[in-house]
Design a protein around this ligand. Structure first.
Ligand code: THU
Length: 141
């Protein structure tokens, strides 16, 4: 059990309700005919953009794109930058915990003070993916 992250300046202003509404709407746009499990991810960027992504399945199951993949694509397609807050839900509005691959994807694009709500409680990326493989590790050889 990891402790909740210490609040940082601005945390109380993060628009969790707006992110949840946007993520549920995205989950309802998912293409998930095989699992029937729509997922929506919504994010606020550090410069104030709101972005969403939904999962897109494929008949070759392993090619499925998670909602977080769409979210990262939206980040770069809308100008790049970093996430300040991320929320992931199923179409029914229940929190959806990111798979291992998506934790690594989020880690690459999360600001240092990013909070991720995938369980009903905002957590840091370090809590979701302790000891992540990050770009600075490449320099360590
Ligand atoms: N899924 C996501 O979109 N994100 C995750 O982090 C976990 C799983 C999707 C993939 C698949 O379309 C469906 O949930 C069932 O696994």
């Amino acid at each position: 059990m990891t402790a909740a992250p210490a609040p940082r300046p601005g945390d109380h202003e993060l628009p969790w309700d707006d992110l949840r509404t946007a993520a549920i709407a995205a989950a309802r746009r998912a293409y998930a005919p095989y699992s029937g499990f729509g997922v929506g991810a919504a994010a606020l960027t550090t410069d104030g953009r709101m972005l969403t992504g939904c999962n897109v399945e494929n008949v070759s199951y392993g090619l499925t794109l998670c909602a977080e993949c769409g979210l990262v694509s939206a980040l770069h397609d809308s100008g790049g930058g970093q996430f300040r807050a991320v929320l992931v839900v199923s179409a029914s509005g229940e929190p959806c915990t990111p798979c291992g691959r998506c934790r690594q994807l989020l880690a690459e694009h999360a600001a240092d003070d990013c909070l991720i709500d995938a369980s009903g409680t905002p957590e840091t990326i370090e809590q979701l993916l302790p000891g992540a493989f990050t770009p600075d590790r490449l320099a360590e050889g």
